[in-house]
Design a protein around this ligand. Structure first.
Ligand code: F6R
Length: 612
């Protein structure tokens, strides 16, 4: 949450920082600000609202300077307003700071600084940090770098920061603990940002800053040290980035583009891993841990939100094919219990961003208990990808819309590959059946493509029910996680209250909600519980509920009962079941657009949840 960009070089910094912040708005978008240093003068421009509003507000101002830092905010401490927007200046104007994270002991620090006559203009924890750095700098008469380092040793919590000192204006000091920061190395220029997207058109040479490290970038170079002042040799990574991936490519929103990208993103996720001719799955990143996977006593899947829903489908797949007992845990709950984990357990952490604070903490706990920890991440080089023993990237490409869509189907594809690979290695699956299952998996992109052609029908249903204040989503077995995901998509982007339930649980309470105004979305594609779901639909109809059913193409039974059917192509197993999420993604998308909501940047949300 919150995005940071910093630039030092030979070009004008302001446009680079503004464009960079726009690419980071998925991390937060309630206020934006930029500080530019020019010949010892520091100009700070900040505003409540989006980066484009900041850009408009300063249109007539001549902003010059080749060094600067910027921020796009998701508020934690203090309401979104002009004053709480970053950058924050220290009381005597010596330091300017942008910050992503939370300083947990900020109130204690604030009290101490107040006792030393420091005053504060904002409600933020970041201003406390700026003042702490300044206080130490002035009191101890040390360099800006040492003052930052010393201040950070007094701080509890999470931070990714970029700092400029007005006495040493030719450098940016950046540091991180639990919030991501990436450095970009160009020719006579350097960048720092929360991810690499702000500077991909300038350089493909990046350094992922490790936890508890501090970097100083100037026009002449880069130095990295640990917070304890031990020099670190920068490890430069070359990134491959397709620029089109971060543009809308003719779609009105990133979310729609990302829904439509799924045939490709799933194919990319399977590519080089599923070998039909050899009847084999080969995931390089898991070779070393295969014995631990095969001998796992138990699997624990951790994640948040949509990634947790993917984990629930993973449970189904692992139990079915790998025959390993699975528990699926919200990372935020798991990390604060005292879970019983040992070295025979395998923990799989799922995260699109690879930066979710709770998931990261769950991994650290599992590692401490001796479990083998795998990561399924989309963002290459992310904290979770680097923190796990082994892992698999989803290769879905950058997901910019805040609501997760293509990441979900890519995560399920990876879980399916691992479950099948382990199941086959344990001889639970015979070669012929394995071949059929691989076929089903590699057919998913084609079937997703087919569902996407039914968008007009889905749009029609959206038009009819866009004003409903409530929705219920029902599914059984592997469709239950899909029901949860459908409900989450709807509520987060359209602000309609929606509940996902296992269909059979309806009788234990939620059925009381059903009347002739309640749309009930039922995932009812053919599988072994088909008859049961038909009964559940009857129960909804008997209470006059409006049934919108996702059915297998050509279904004649449910078509006669339901008010509307959304068809998906036929599939055989839970692997193919992931395609049933596509109509639900589109339904939410169209409803939200028809209600005038900003689907890419829904209120109160941010994509990368780096605070717990
Ligand atoms: C919902 C959504 C969130 C994320 C959750 C976890 O559409 O995007 O629920 O799934 O915040 O994020 P990651 O996967 O980045 O750990």
């Amino acid at each position: 949450m919150c995005g940071i960009v910093g630039y030092i070089g030979t070009r004008e910094a302001f446009p680079i920082i503004i464009n960079g912040l726009k690419r980071l708005e998925y991390r937060g978008y309630d206020s934006a600000g930029v500080a530019i240093s020019n010949n010892g003068q520091m100009g700070i421009y900040k505003i409540k609202g989006k980066v484009s509003q900041l850009e408009d507000a300063v249109k007539k101002t001549d902003i010059m300077g080749t060094i600067g830092i910027g921020h796009t905010r998701w508020a934690t401490h203090g309401a979104p307003n002009d004053i709480n927007a970053h950058p924050h200046k220290s009381m005597n104007g010596k330091f300017v700071v942008v910050h992503n994270g939370i300083i947990e002991n900020y109130s204690v620090l604030k009290k101490r600084l107040t006792a030393r006559h420091y005053t504060f203009v904002s409600q933020t924890d970041t201003e406390v940090l700026a003042n702490l750095i300044e206080y130490i700098y002035l009191f101890a008469k040390i360099s800006a770098e040492d003052a930052v380092r010393f201040a950070l040793s007094k701080v509890q919590g999470a931070y990714g920061i970029a700092v400029i000192c007005t006495d040493e204006p030719d450098k940016i000091i950046a540091a991180r603990k639990s919030s991501p920061l990436v450095l970009g190395i160009g020719v006579d220029e350097y960048f720092v940002a929360s991810d690499a997207t702000p500077f991909v058109e300038y350089t493909n040479q990046v350094v992922y800053l490790d936890n508890d490290t501090l970097a100083v970038i100037s026009r002449n170079g880069l130095s990295i040290k640990t917070i304890k002042n031990v020099p670190v040799t920068p490890e430069i990574t070359e990134i491959n980035f397709d620029f089109d991936e971060i543009e809308k490519g003719g779609f009105p929103d990133f979310m729609l583009k990302e829904i439509y990208e799924q045939p490709h993103s799933i194919t990319d996720t399977l590519r080089g891993r599923v070998y039909m001719q050899e009847n084999e799955i080969n995931i390089g990143g898991l070779l070393d841990v295969m014995p631990r996977l095969m001998n796992a006593r138990r699997m624990i899947i951790v994640g948040c939100g949509t990634s947790w829903h993917a984990g629930l489908l993973g449970e189904y797949l692992f139990e079915e094919y790998a025959r390993i007992p699975v528990e699926v845990e919200y990372a935020s709950e798991f990390r604060y219990r005292n879970p019983i984990i040992n070295s025979e357990d395998v923990v799989i952490a799922i995260s699109q961003s690879g930066e979710t604070a709770d998931t990261l903490a769950a991994i650290q706990l599992a590692k401490k208990c001796g479990a083998c920890v795998l990561g399924i991440c989309n963002v290459v080089g992310s904290s979770i990808a680097r923190e796990t023993h082994a892992g698999v990237y989803t290769h879905a490409g950058p997901e910019i819309g805040v609501a997760s869509t293509k990441a979900f189907t890519a995560q399920v594809s990876v879980l399916a590959m691992i479950a099948l690979m382990v199941g086959r290695a344990k001889y639970n699956i015979k070669p012929v059946q394995y071949h059929q299952l691989l076929n089903e998996l590699t057919d998913v992109p084609k079937k997703v493509e087919e569902v996407l052609t039914t968008a007009d029908k889905i749009k029609h249903v959206a038009e009819l029910y866009k004003d409903s204040p409530n929705f219920i989503y029902l599914g059984r077995g592997c469709y239950y996680p899909i029901a949860l995901e459908g409900a989450l998509k709807l509520k987060e982007i359209s602000y309609i209250h929606a509940e996902g339930y296992p269909a059979a649980e309806m009788k234990h309470g939620p059925i009381a909600l059903i009347d002739d105004k309640m749309p009930v979305v039922v995932i009812a594609a053919k599988d072994k519980s088909y008859e049961k779901i038909v009964n559940n639909i009857q129960e909804v109809k008997a209470r006059k509920g409006i049934v919108i059913a996702v059915v297998t193409k050509g279904d004649t039974i449910i078509s006669q009962m339901a008010d509307y059917v959304l068809e998906v192509p036929e599939f055989e197993t839970a692997i193919g079941a992931m395609i049933t999420v596509i109509p639900l993604q589109l339904l939410s998308y169209y409803i939200a657009v028809m209600r005038g909501c900003n689907v890419d940047q829904p209120r109160n949300l941010a994509k990368s949840v780096t605070v717990e």
